[in-house]
Design a protein around this ligand. Structure first.
Ligand code: NAD
Ligand code: ZN
Length: 411
């Protein structure tokens, strides 16, 4: 880790105390509702004042349509007498479309202004990772930060992004170009919400779980490999155990890893993401983030086996694990591989400084590299395509991720 230059006496180093509140529930709209209510603090420190905080509930439109839990939460908040719900539940389009439309953020800011929220008010955001990113960005910039309670509703957002401290929307055709670092007031991972997820989205979160276990915990990687079929068939006990393990690894990295706001060159949690972030816009967002991450992690595992001594048999196991989870190893956007390679320069620009990409020497042994052997990466791409062609996914989907969903709501 680079230590800031402490020798100059004019430089004052200081830190800001932060609290991360993660709660795990099975029915936040039902028996576990108190977990949500107890997170709301009064809007005034004056004990004589009767002051319920102002609250807005924002929900992913697809979640609200699929699950009665959203309406139930709003109703119970109203009835609780401990929250001043200042507007009806606001629906935000689900998926990448909300991150691709700056007007969505603008309209959310207008709503905050109309409702006269202040820095002691709460926004409760319920939805998938994309909608949470959009909502989180609006909450972070309004009044320089309104308290945000995230209720992630996808496996990916519960296993990874929901617990994180980043939010962003897409701009200039690039992922996450506009955004902030902001610690959420709280995160509630509620298993009940996952029941309405389509199968395609249900498996997406496990690519991030594989990613973080490859970086940090070989035993968890083994467990995901063993449990892959049970996860793909939606065994909730097994799936939630893996989500919890992944979430905890992400949380530990953020709260104890020493670089929550990613000021250093290395960003290990972005393993496999240089190509994933490129593939998403190249596929016109037909490919999901979780699918792109599976492809990106598989590609970098094969590359690591060609260049950094990562055992080839382990790279094959990673690919096999993704296939048994029902995740893709290839997308037609990869056919223009030279264009995908442009993701390396985008990744470098986003971080600043030297190109720094995390690769693997072994499972649980990450390695930061500053150069990519582009010929070896091309070979890794060819090898990945061979493996993808001979892999048989559990539900027999076509090999290409972006051909899985005929609709393009995510654009
Ligand atoms: N901020 C971060 O640190 C971070 C980290 C990783 C990923 N991300 C972002 O997260 C996004 C991907 O998130 P995601 O994988 O959660 O997908 P998503 O938000 O795109 O959701 C997938 C689809 O499922 C729907 N949906 C969500 N929950 C549902 C439910 N319970 N029932 C029915 N439908 C539901 C959504 O409306 C959407 O159509 C990407 O934009 C990615 O960049 C952010
Ligand atoms: Zn990711």
């Amino acid at each position: 880790m680079t230590v800031p230059d402490a020798r100059d006496p004019r430089d004052i180093h200081f830190s800001v105390p932060q609290v991360h509140r993660l709660r795990t529930t099975w029915e936040v709209a039902g028996d576990d509702f108190a977990e949500l209510l107890d997170l709301l603090q009064r809007s005034s420190d004056d004990p004589a004042a009767s002051s319920s905080p102002k609250v807005l509930v924002w929900a992913d439109a697809e979640v609200a349509a699929a699950s009665p839990r959203v309406a139930a939460i709003a109703k119970r908040l109203c009835q609780s007498g401990r929250a001043d719900l200042v507007a009806d539940v606001r629906l935000i389009p689900g998926g990448e479309v909300s991150k691709n439309s700056p007007e969505v953020v603008e309209s959310l800011l207008s709503e905050i202004n109309d409702a006269m929220l202040d820095r002691r008010s709460y926004i409760i955001a319920i939805g998938g990772g994309a909608m949470l990113d959009t909502a989180g960005y609006a909450a972070a910039i309004a009044h320089r930060g309104i308290r945000l309670i995230r209720i992630p509703t996808t496996t990916l957002s519960q296993a990874d992004s929901g617990v994180g401290v980043k939010n962003a929307i897409n701009h200039f055709g690039k992922k996450n170009w506009v955004g902030t670092f902001a610690v959420p007031w709280a995160v509630i991972n509620d298993a009940g919400f996952l029941t309405t997820l389509p199968d395609r989205d249900f498996v997406c979160g496990f690519s991030e779980a594989v990613k973080v276990s490859l970086l940090k915990d070989p035993a968890t990687f083994e467990r995901i490999c063993e449990d892959a079929a049970a996860i793909a068939s939606r065994d909730m006990t097994v799936a939630c155990r893996v989500i919890e393990a992944s979430c905890q690894m992400h949380l530990r990295h953020i709260t104890q890893g020493g670089d929550p706001f990613e000021t250093l060159e290395a960003r290990p949690l972005d393993f496999g993401h240089w190509s994933a972030h490129r593939l998403e816009p190249l596929s016109d967002y037909a490919i999901r983030h979780g699918e792109a991450v599976a492809i990106g992690v598989a590609l970098d595992c094969i590359y690591s086996s060609l260049v950094h001594g990562f055992p080839a048999s382990d790279a094959e196991r990673v690919c096999d694990c993704f296939t048994r989870l029902g995740l893709p190893l290839w997308d037609e956007a990869l056919d223009d591989f030279e264009n995908v390679l442009g993701g390396l320069e985008e990744f470098r620009q986003h971080l600043g400084g030297r190109l720094t990409v995390t690769m693997l020497r072994g499972i649980g042994e990450p390695l930061n590299v500053h150069q990519i052997d582009v010929d070896a990466m091309r070979s890794a791409g060819e090898r990945l395509k061979e493996i993808a062609l001979r892999s048989v996914p559990p539900r027999g989907e076509v090999m290409s991720a972006s051909r899985r969903s005929p609709d393009h709501r995510h654009r």
